[in-house]
Design a protein around this ligand. Structure first.
Ligand code: NAD
Ligand code: ZN
Length: 359
């Protein structure tokens, strides 16, 4: 069956686009109890950005610490319960930050209208009702979370998204100026997520003309930003990387991720390692799967003198390594894409453990 994909509803792109947020929110204030919830990455808390937001007296602003943890089901449930009981249903949710804050905003929007814990809805099409209106404002480029159909949450039992037709944002505000302050290591790790999405999407059996068109666009932008003459940090490259992230996400939506994301999920689940760096650590050791991609990736690492941890496995217990292998093995859709329906003949828990031991 083909995916019946819901794209984001509306999108504004360009330097300074954030200043249009007020005129976007005003007409929506007739919904619910007439107030908005703003989730803002707390890196901005003492900086000018909050002063530029169209926050009215009734609105709720929460600063979110995204520096350690990825979003958790418990946090979404707590926020929902607290805000609903104090204020009733909001007109909408605005998430301003990287993938962590955007996923939190998507999940919170859905959980305002769906009862019980968000753990009940981790998976495909388990959400029962549309959420409240929600808007994403990315401040780092790469994950594609701004356009994806999933809100990735870590729960007590699994790291899995709330994935349904109501997950994508109703509105995106893509303002490349907001990404200028991203530290260079995060700029690279998160930017590489977009590059890896495209390489994995094109190296598997679900690849198709839709995925290729967006993937080719994203890859050529990634090369301009990270590899070619003129590569590096600049306002022009911030503009390009924001579109690469969007296109990488779209390429992936109509294809699938593969071996790198499966291995990376094991690292994030067991060690709490952030998605972007976990992908980088895994990808460089997956030459068997992506020979040309890994060569190009290594050239980009060298060009930007990015440091990536080596020899980490020496510090892991056998128990941790086997848990990582189980997590990676438990993502059949990724292996099916990367290898084919008989993937289990090639991918065994032993082989996965040996990949982890190389990291
Ligand atoms: P992030 O949201 O985890 O943030 C990384 C760090 O950068 C944080 O410390 C944050 O405070 C800081 N930061 C953010 N914007 C900044 C700015 N403009 N200036 C300075 N610092 C800034 O970063 P990410 O890599 O975008 O997101 C990772 C998350 O995205 C993970 O939770 C992962 O599960 C999720 N993800 C989701 C999807 C999806 O399709 N929904 C896809 C990939 C990853
Ligand atoms: Zn990714």
């Amino acid at each position: 069956m083909h995916k019946n994909f819901r794209n984001v509803g509306q999108l504004v792109y360009g330097r300074g686009a954030l200043d249009q947020l007020g005129s976007i929110l005003d007409p929506k204030r007739t919904e619910g109890e007439g107030y908005f919830v703003f989730l803002v990455d707390d890196w901005f808390e003492e900086r000018p950005l909050p002063g530029r937001l169209p926050v009215l007296a009734a609105d709720v602003v929460r600063f979110i610490d995204a520096s350690h943890d990825e979003p958790k089901t418990g946090h979404v449930d707590e926020l929902r319960d607290e805000i609903l009981s104090e204020r009733g249903l909001p007109s909408g949710v605005v998430g301003i930050g990287g993938g962590s804050v955007m996923d939190l905003a998507k999940a919170l929007s859905l959980m305002f209208t769906n009862e019980g814990s968000s753990t009940l809805y981790q998976g495909l099409d388990l959400v029962q009702r549309p959420g409240v209106w929600h808007c994403g404002v990315p401040t780092i480029s790469g994950t594609g979370a701004e356009v994806s159909m999933t809100a990735v949450l870590t729960g007590p039992e699994k790291k899995l998204g709330l994935k349904c037709e109501w997950t994508p944002f109703d509105q995106l505000v893509l303002d490349p100026e907001l990404t200028a302050s991203v530290p260079t290591d995060h700029w690279f790790y998160t930017g590489m997520d977009s590059y890896i999405h495209c390489i994995e999407a094109e190296t598997g059996r679900h690849f198709n003309a839709f995925s290729k068109s967006y993937g080719d666009g994203a890859l050529s932008l990634c090369r301009e930003v990270f590899l070619d003459e003129g590569a590096g940090r600049s306002p022009g490259n911030d503009e390009k990387l924001m579109i690469a992230s969007l296109f990488g996400g779209l390429s992936l939506t109509y294809s699938e991720v593969g071996a790198c994301h499966a291995i990376s999920y094991g690292l994030s689940y067991v060690l709490g390692m952030r998605h972007g760096i976990a992908n980088c650590v895994a990808f460089r050791k997956l030459r068997d799967f992506y020979p040309r991609g890994v060569d190009e990736f290594d050239a980009m690492v060298e060009k930007h003198s990015v440091s990536l941890p080596e020899g980490m496995a020496a510090g892991w217990t056998d128990g941790q390594i086997s848990r990582m292998a189980e997590i990676a093995y438990g993502l059949p859709h990724m292996w099916d894409h990367a290898i084919g329906p008989d993937w289990a003949d090639e991918i065994t828990l032993d082989r996965l453990e040996s990949i982890y031991r190389r990291l």
